[in-house]
Design a protein around this ligand. Structure first.
Ligand code: NAP
Length: 320
């Protein structure tokens, strides 16, 4: 089969398409014939070699894929050959024609959800769900700011919060990103490059502030986030690319909480719970991944360049 392989950490161009042996499932594992593979920022951090998680070289990148179950190992009971599925993590990497997974990493994909959309579920929707519910413990009626609502995680968060009856504020850096966030359920949108957008958000809440902030770029925003938080508000740091200075007094005077979040820290039972909820949302169509761009597998290097640019618009996926 064809797969993207990384033999040394470095720039996107270290990813090469190669022929490798087909994976074979051991007990509790399955092989998925991949139709689409999701590209996530974390794939680029790992490929660069600068991320704490360093796979043994050579390796195939990617955690998210969607396709059809092709082979199952002994003891697999929840899934059958021929099932439409998406993955939340893989053993062998998802940028490939076939991927090997543990049964717990594979979930049914409803028939109305395309494979490209299925490839946009695992990391983005998993992260948005964990941030909103496991970390922020957001509840219906609360005001949620999705700070960075135009990309994979942001769109997922907007859809989840909207479906649960939260009041959703989203931000984006382009007109089309702002439109997309509105279409996906944000009640109000703001341009995060506008110098006064935080004051505008505060005014929108009659100076009470927002209950929950899901933060995609803490490096830029964390200090200012604290100033627009309601009493007992929570900020969940989902994304950050460097250090930031904050005034701890802003947190003290609000009894505020700053929470970190890495999806990979979720336990197997938490992941099962997350994907049970996401599966229900995909089934009842309150959740619907937006695919902004599709590239062929052999253009994985271009995909890694693009995912690190601004002007996000939903998910970027590789079509296999
Ligand atoms: P993405 O699709 O590339 O989207 C990036 C988002 O960040 C876009 O909405 C972008 O908006 C926004 N952004 C850019 N500048 C911003 C600013 N100044 N303030 C607020 N938002 C800004 O990436 P993604 O998959 O959604 O991931 C978002 C971040 O979360 C990444 O840093 C990623 O590494 C991280 N992440 C973390 C976890 C975890 O487990 N903690 C899981 C998944 C992702 P515009 O392009 O419209 O400006």
């Amino acid at each position: 089969m064809k797969a993207i392989r990384v033999h040394e950490f470095g720039d996107p161009e270290v990813m090469k398409i190669e022929n490798v042996p087909d994976p074979k499932p051991d007990a509790g594992q399955l092989v998925i014939h991949v139709s689409a593979s999701g590209v996530n920022p974390v794939d680029t951090y790992i490929r660069s070699g600068l991320y704490p998680l360093k796979p043994e070289l050579p390796y195939t990148p990617g955690m998210d894929a969607a396709g059809i179950v092709e082979a199952i190992g002994k003891g697999v009971s929840r899934l059958n050959i021929g099932d439409r599925v998406y993955t939340a993590g893989t053993i062998s990497g998802s940028y490939a024609e076939k991927t090997l997974c543990r049964e717990s990493q594979v979930h049914h994909l409803p028939k109305d959800v395309s494979f490209a959309q299925g490839a946009g579920v695992g990391v983005p929707y998993g992260a948005a769900y964990r941030a909103l519910y496991h970390r922020a413990h957001a509840v219906p009626g609360e005001v949620v700011l999705v700070h960075g609502a135009s990309g994979g995680v942001g769109i997922a968060a907007v859809q989840l919060a909207h479906a649960a009856g939260m009041h959703v504020i989203g931000t984006a850096g382009t007109e089309k990103g702002l439109r997309l966030a509105t279409e996906q359920g944000a009640h109000h949108v703001f341009d995060h490059h506008a110098y006064d957008h935080m004051e505008e958000i505060l005014r929108l809440t009659n100076n009470r502030g927002v209950d929950v902030i899901l933060e995609m770029l803490a490096t830029v925003n964390l200090g200012k986030d604290l100033k627009i938080l309601a009493p007992c508000g929570r900020i969940v740091i989902i994304g950050s690319r460097g250090t930031v200075e904050i005034d701890p007094r802003e947190a003290m005077r609000r009894d505020a909480t700053i929470l970190g979040m890495v999806l990979m820290n979720a336990s197997e039972s938490e992941m099962y719970s997350i994907h049970s909820a996401l599966g229900a949302g995909l089934e009842n169509r309150t959740l619907s991944p937006v695919i902004g761009r599709e590239l062929p597998l052999h253009e994985a290097a271009s995909a890694h360049h693009e995912i690190m640019e601004t002007n996000a618009f939903g998910k970027l996926v590789l079509i296999i």
